[in-house]
Design a protein around this ligand. Structure first.
Ligand SMILES: C[S@@+](CC[C@H](N)C(=O)[O-])C[C@H]1O[C@@H](n2cnc3c(N)ncnc32)[C@H](O)[C@@H]1O
Length: 253
């Protein structure tokens, strides 16, 4: 995981990987080659990881510059892996234009809903392209814990303001949305993809400076294990900066 950049990103990607693998193992036979859609592929960390694991991955990304980054990374992979990845420049709100209903076993939408003004329509579109029993994996900013980051940083005015809002300014300075678990649970039920599991991501390390250097392997391993444990344990997971929310298509609520 060392090539991924700062500590916060390593924690985010490594926890997502562990939690996603747990959900995939719980729902699909070992060795099944899954059809995965990754909406908002970004730098392609999970897309490439899943392709290396043998799955067939389609990435939809709206930013041509990010697509170029993934293409460059993909070019260094063996041909067998390259052939398993398809990249499309497009809008994740328009999956119906590109794909038929039920075309995927797993749909990832990580770190994207915060940029989408009306997420319910997009989520319904993502649910539609999932096959029955398919897994929808969402990573969202946790609106129920927006006061934690400014509070732990000693920014008391911002902490007080954060109790009464679902929006925040991200580290790039952009005003973006956060999601509440209760509302998301209702939405997932309404689109035939009820909540099956949820985790917290970044309970302890959210206030680490951007680009903070990684500790040595032993400390990093313990840190990741502690984050993973907190991310699945009450009450810690409820105050994580991010929520990893998993729904299953056609599951009864
Ligand atoms: C915060 S990054 C997350 C990248 C990756 N999913 C991850 O978790 O590492 C969000 C990505 O979603 C892309 N994105 C935002 N809105 C999108 C949309 N409506 N359709 C497709 N991609 C979108 C952005 O360009 C960016 O690359």
């Amino acid at each position: 995981m060392k090539s991924l950049g700062g500590l916060r990103d390593v924690v985010r990607q490594e926890l997502l990987a562990r939690q996603l693998d747990e959900q995939i193992a719980a729902r699909f036979p070992v060795g099944q080659r899954l059809r995965v859609l990754d909406v908002g592929t970004g730098q392609g960390t999970q897309a490439l990881r899943l392709a290396r694991a043998g799955h067939q991955v389609t990435g939809v990304e709206s930013d041509p510059a990010m697509l170029a980054v993934v293409r460059e990374a993909l070019a260094t992979e063996p041909e067998g892996i390259r052939k398993r990845v398809r990249l499309i420049e497009g809008d994740g709100r328009e999956t119906g234009v590109h794909f038929t209903p039920g075309a995927f076993d797993v749909v990832l939408c990580h770190g994207v809903l915060m940029y989408v003004d009306e997420p319910d329509a997009m989520l319904a579109g993502l649910a539609r392209v999932l096959a029955p029993g398919g897994l929808l994996s969402l990573l969202v900013r946790n609106a129920d814990a927006l006061a934690i980051r400014p509070g732990l940083s000693g920014d008391w005015d911002a902490a007080l303001a954060a109790f009464d809002t679902d929006t925040y300014t991200n580290r790039l300075g952009l005003p973006v949305r956060a999601d509440r678990l209760d509302a998301l649970t209702t939405t997932l039920g309404g689109i035939g993809t009820p909540l099956r599991a949820w985790y917290g991501v970044r309970v302890f390390t959210d206030t680490a400076p951007s680009g903070a250097e990684l500790p040595g392997d032993a400390v990093l391993g313990a840190l990741l294990d502690a984050e993973e444990r907190a991310g699945r344990t009450e009450p810690y997971r409820r105050v994580a900066a991010l929520l990893h929310v998993c729904g299953v298509r056609g599951a009864t609520a």
